[in-house]
Design a binder for this molecule. Structure first.
Ligand code: F0G
Length: 369
């Protein structure tokens, strides 16, 4: 490890992070720097309201939005960046719908690596770009942001090509170290519940995360840390549901910009997770996503991004369609924070009471006078 990174890494101890906490399950060596930004160890919060509608015994939300950059990507990024540093890399690249790039930018900045991110362009008025908060993260962490006139799938093709030509480490989930890091969320859930849940509900875009969770649950089961493996229920947005339709989608469209992906890189492993677990991958409409997004915020106190709400929309839809979850433990993965996408939150005119700065005006307005 070079001295600069060693000196940066030594301040990392108080919060253990993924590499220290789960190192025995990760492909690291004594040359891998144990870097961390405090990722992992996220809350598993019981539902107060949606659980009743699903009709299961217990419903939990795994708040991956509580990771340092506000999404689950940090778990995988910390391993991918550690391995890149071990390999002597000085630059990182990813294609992204915004969260991978935010995470790469943060870890790259912290450990002194150049970061290049390729994102779908979102000119004003265009519905194709990444959420504003995610763009802000890339900017403040100092990444070079390359916005292309194309979707995520095109951006990923170019990132793969460029990193094969130049000495830049690719940190998309096609990098196996990303999957390794992300599987630790499955370990945390099993550790917290003392077993695997019966059902894991998860949004699916590029399909790395469903692949990672399944790998984690399979490994823990093999080690006899759990008595079972969950049924994996993946959910895609209806306008971007290649795994549901069985064919790539040329022009994916959904309000859930994080999962606006037409040709997932981890297609095969997502289907394997679905089939080996006895699960399914199905679609939810944007209206269903936004309804679940609103309920999560109003009734559960959870402000997530639309992509995250897809799995809650999906589990509610499955229950309403007659799937029986009685007696089961269900975990929904809240993959990213709602603060990343304020535009979706404020799509309708905010319900703000505008009054003069006078007590009686407030009392009149609120009907207390
Ligand atoms: N939820 C959020 C908030 C995401 O950012 C993503 C993917 C997913 C779900 C889907 O996970 O791709 O592993 O199936 N975001 C990637 C990105 C594509 O570039 O940030 P997946």
């Amino acid at each position: 490890m070079n001295a600069d990174i060693a000196s940066r890494a030594h301040g990392d101890a108080p919060s253990r992070g993924v590499l220290r906490r789960y190192g025995e399950h990760l492909p690291i060596s004594d040359r891998t720097p144990l870097i961390s930004l405090g990722e992992g160890d996220t809350p598993l919060v019981r539902s107060t309201s949606i659980e009743r509608d699903v009709g299961c015994a217990e419903l939990y939300f795994k708040l991956e939005s509580c990771n340092p950059t506000g999404s689950f990507k940090d778990r995988g990024m910390v391993v991918a960046v550690a391995k890149a540093i071990e390999d002597g890399a000085t630059a990182l690249m990813c294609a992204s719908t915004g969260n991978t790039s935010a995470s790469a930018a943060a870890y790259g900045g912290r450990y002194g690596l150049a970061v290049y991110v390729i994102v779908p362009d979102g000119k004003p008025g265009s519905p194709s770009g990444i959420a504003r908060g995610k763009m802000a993260q890339g900017v403040v962490h100092g990444a070079e942001i390359i916005a292309v006139e194309g979707n995520f799938d095109a951006a990923l093709r170019m990132a793969r090509e460029i990193t094969s030509r130049h000495a830049i480490a690719l940190v998309n989930s096609v990098n196996p170290f990303r999957i390794e890091g992300q599987k630790t969320a499955a370990f945390e859930i099993a550790d917290a519940l003392d077993d695997a849940p019966d059902v894991l509900a998860i949004p699916v875009g590029n399909a790395g995360n469903i692949t990672a969770y399944w790998k984690g649950f399979v490994e823990y089961h093999r080690l006899e840390r759990t008595s079972r493996r969950p049924r994996m229920l993946g959910f895609q947005a209806a306008g971007a549901a290649p795994l549901v339709g069985g064919a790539p989608v040329e022009d994916p469209q959904t309000v859930a910009s994080a999962i606006r992906i037409g040709n997932p890189a981890s297609w095969k492993t997502a289907i394997e997770a679905r089939d080996a677990s006895g699960g399914s991958i199905s679609a939810v409409t944007d209206d269903e996503i936004l309804a679940a997004y609103g309920r999560l915020a109003r009734e559960e106190g959870i402000f997530c991004e639309p992509a995250s709400a897809a799995c809650v929309a999906g589990i509610l839809k499955s229950a309403a369609a007659g799937q029986d979850f009685a007696g089961q433990t269900v975990v929904c993965i809240i993959t990213g924070s709602g603060l990343k996408d304020p535009e979706t939150a404020l799509r309708s005119e905010p319900a703000v009471h505008r009054v003069p700065a006078e007590l009686d005006a407030i009392e009149r307005e609120m009907g207390w006078a």
